[in-house]
Write a new protein. Structure first.
Length: 511
């Protein structure tokens, strides 16, 4: 081996030594005979980042509990710092105090290379190689690794990274990324975002999903993946598996199946204790658009048609195009508009597009006579401009006399009794329903609700109620009890005919 080393340069010898030190099996990996520091799935996730044949320099990893994210984070930072002299390498956690407890005080990051760490530390002039107050590791090659917290977002715009890792981004102060992200451009710094997914109602879910969607839309620059607890072979050891199985069992016993899916399988599902619409089910309530439109073809003129809008110029302009069968009380949500680009939310941009959608859904109809048009009462500007520019009157909502909680309760009942059919085209409405959840304080958040608000406006404008439906439910229930008890109640038979329009609610043929 020594003879072969004479054939390589000192720089190449250093590189080989660094790679050897980084990849020595350590810790729990020895229990499953791992040949390297990282387990196989961690290695697979890093390949796109280190593959020189592509342009990927950033990663978004949604990792379940006990997958090994902290180990991976340490590996990424130490590798970059050692192989790229003079690099500023930042670990960013939600809070500096928490990061100190889990990484710095335990010396997990300082001694990442075990006994091999000291050879790389800058201990000149009596230094230890560490700056405890700053949580900073100083290396001989001029690189440093520093731990910071997103709660100290004031310093973010003063940092110029060569690489940065966001750990548990779901709990970040949202102002951190706004201040820090532009600084990456100076050195084309890679960004690694890693951690468990946020629960519905999480305060940073908006920013988390926004960056995730950007990463998914730019696969040439970002690698995106979801990893589960079971992708780590260490978790298959009998003792470790028993602990995890017990944790999962306890969560299921508390009715928190959604937490199990999120924390152990990295899957965000609707439902759970925080969900406002846990009864929503895509398989029951969402219909392929073509099938749904075919269902209503014969009844186009019988239906009541609504264009419901929640105009906004800053965050979102939302609109739903709906129809209600006044006899069966079935609601058909046929299409939506969800525009977030400010330049596209003016009346002149929005109204012609809404009208075109409406007339395509109900050919031959008149916007003036056939459609009931509604707009948020707070958006007087839109109602005035629609009248001035297009001669179209939008009825203002009456939110003050219609409590939000009452509207949400009615939507829940509609979902429970399957009195709504949502077109598969309404992807943003479906997204809002699935994400709609109370926050950490038990409050209904004012986000992910533009189209849900439109649905509430539809119900209040149409004076929607379920009296007949609930009466039919009671009637069918009583009839079942009578039959089961083998008793004759002629007074019930008078209404039990094939022509009874309410029977359609239970036969699935809602006319």
């Amino acid at each position: 081996m020594e003879d072969k080393l004479h054939l390589v340069s000192p720089e190449e010898q250093l590189y080989l030594q660094i790679i050897e030190d980084l990849n020595k099996p350590r810790g729990d990996g020895l229990l499953v005979n791992l040949p390297t520091r990282l387990h196989p799935d961690q290695i697979d996730q890093l390949k796109p980042l280190y593959d020189e044949s592509n342009d990927i320099n950033s990663m978004f990893l949604s990792c379940a509990r006990k997958w090994g994210k902290t180990e991976l984070v340490g590996y990424i930072l130490w590798r970059h710092a050692l192989l790229n002299p003079g690099s500023a390498c930042y670990y960013v956690g939600p809070e500096a105090v928490h990061a100190r407890k889990i990484l710095w005080d335990t010396r997990r990051i300082q001694k990442f290379l075990g006994k091999d760490t000291d050879k790389y530390l800058n201990k000149s002039q009596g230094r230890s190689g560490y700056k405890d107050q700053e949580m900073k590791i100083m290396l001989k090659n001029g690189s440093f690794i520093q731990i910071v917290g997103s709660d100290n977002y004031q310093v973010a715009n003063g940092l110029t990274p060569n690489i940065a890792v966001y750990d548990e981004f779901k709990a970040f102060n949202h102002r951190w990324h706004t201040e820090f992200a532009p600084n990456r451009a100076a050195k084309a710094a890679p960004l690694i975002i890693i951690g468990t997914k946020p629960r519905p109602g999480n305060k940073n879910m908006d920013q988390y999903d926004e960056i995730l969607e950007y990463a998914q839309a730019n696969p040439q620059e970002w690698y995106v993946a979801e990893r589960t607890t079971w992708d780590n072979p260490i978790n298959h050891l009998p003792a470790q598996k028993q602990i995890i199985d017990q944790e999962i069992k306890q969560l299921i016993a508390r009715g928190e199946e959604d937490v199990v899916q999120l924390e152990y399988y990295s899957k965000r599902i609707s439902g759970g204790k925080r969900a406002i619409f846990p009864m929503f089910d895509r398989n029951r309530h969402v219909i392929p658009h073509t099938d749904l439109y075919n269902e209503i073809q014969r009844d186009l003129k019988r239906l009541e048609w609504y264009l419901i809008t929640d105009p906004g110029t800053v965050t979102c302009f939302g609109a739903l195009l709906c129809a209600i069968n006044p006899y069966s009380k079935k609601i058909y949500i046929l299409d939506e508009m969800y525009v977030t680009e400010i330049r596209e939310t003016s009346t002149r941009r929005m109204y012609p597009r809404m009208e075109a959608k409406a007339l395509s859904l109900y050919p031959g109809s008149s916007m003036e006579d056939s459609w009931i048009k509604v707009a948020d009462e707070a958006a007087a500007w839109f109602r005035n401009e629609a009248m001035d520019q297009y001669g179209v009157y939008f009825i203002p909502t009456d939110k003050n006399n219609n409590k939000k909680e009452d509207g949400l309760s009615l939507i829940k009942d509609i979902l429970v009794y399957d009195l709504v059919a949502i077109s598969s085209n309404c992807v943003n409405l479906i997204m809002e329903i699935e994400k709609y959840a109370i926050d950490d304080r038990g409050n209904i958040p004012k986000r992910y609700d533009h189209l849900i608000d439109c649905w509430r406006y539809l119900l209040s404008t149409s004076n929607y109620n379920m009296h007949e439906v609930l009466e039919a439910v009671r009637y069918k229930s009583e009839k079942a009890i009578v039959k089961k008890g083998r008793m004759r109640h002629p007074e019930l038979d008078d209404f039990d005919s094939e022509n009874d329009w309410m029977s359609g609610i239970f036969s699935g043929d809602l006319e």
